[in-house]
Write a protein that binds this ligand. Structure first.
Ligand SMILES: CC(C)(COP(=O)(O)OP(=O)(O)OC[C@H]1O[C@@H](n2cnc3c(N)ncnc32)[C@H](O)[C@@H]1OP(=O)(O)O)[C@@H](O)C(=O)NCCC(=O)NCCS
Length: 203
């Protein structure tokens, strides 16, 4: 049976959940290059166990998704998202789960029929380095391809992670929709250190 947190998402409760996820030291995140490979599949294929634990988000996942998004926003890896925004965009989220607990999430946000962004990608610090980030991104890429989206992009401080998944570095100025939507309300818009990457599907 799923173990779903029964809280209502008040800010105190969200903070308590974030504290439970928080890694012992900030130094261990978010640039986790030398991760332990415990329990990790060597190749994440659609048939591999880790990939099978990625699924579309459901409403009971909302609190766990909110905690992950807040944690990584607080640590500067992702943009913060209001709960209302997460509720609205829940259908675009995929989650990874382990032992019936949500351990990672990301969403595929469509700007138009041609272009989508992978965003709010975050893995619970206790579960990093197990292939879950890769499995979620591959799941969302499969979805994008099925939807005939031509290009998927990401803005990130971990470009190597995405390059390993086939993304190529691009210029942020080629992503005007993103700049209009998110960058203009970002506190770091004039000193952004994120790298833009894109993956185009063959016609
Ligand atoms: C970055 C992140 C999503 C990676 O997920 P993960 O489950 O820990 O990574 P995986 O185990 O799936 O790693 C897949 C591959 O990427 C590499 N990788 C993982 N994290 C990396 C990082 N920070 N930098 C470079 N490479 C990384 C792994 O070594 C592995 O390489 P391999 O296939 O050659 O062995 C995760 O660590 C995270 O949540 N980080 C904090 C939030 C964040 O930065 N999100 C991205 C915002 S765009």
């Amino acid at each position: 049976m799923r173990q779903i947190a029964t809280n209502t998402g008040s800010s105190t409760e969200v903070k308590a959940r974030i504290e439970m996820m928080r890694p012992a030291t900030l130094e261990s995140t978010p640039a986790l290059h030398n991760l332990p490979s415990n329990g990790r599949d060597s190749v994440v294929t659609p048939q591999s166990p880790i990939r099978k634990r990625v699924r579309q988000a459901q409403h009971p996942d909302l609190d766990d998704i909110e905690s992950l998004v807040e944690l990584w926003a607080e640590l500067g890896a992702n943009l913060p998202r209001a709960r209302e925004e997460l509720i609205r965009e829940l259908p675009s989220f995929a989650v990874a789960e382990q032992h019936s607990r949500v351990t990672g999430c990301a969403s595929l946000y469509s700007y138009d029929p041609q272009l989508a962004e992978i965003r709010s990608l975050g893995i619970n610090p206790n579960h990093q380095g197990q292939g879950q980030g890769k499995a979620i991104v591959e799941y969302l890429l499969e979805q994008a391809e099925q939807l005939h989206i031509k290009k998927v992009f990401v803005l990130t401080r971990v470009p190597t992670f995405f390059q390993k998944l086939g993304f190529q570095i691009t210029s942020r100025s080629l992503l005007p929709q993103k700049i209009m939507k998110d960058c203009e309300r970002c506190p770091r818009q004039y000193h952004c250190d994120e790298v833009a990457l894109e993956l185009s599907f063959q016609p």
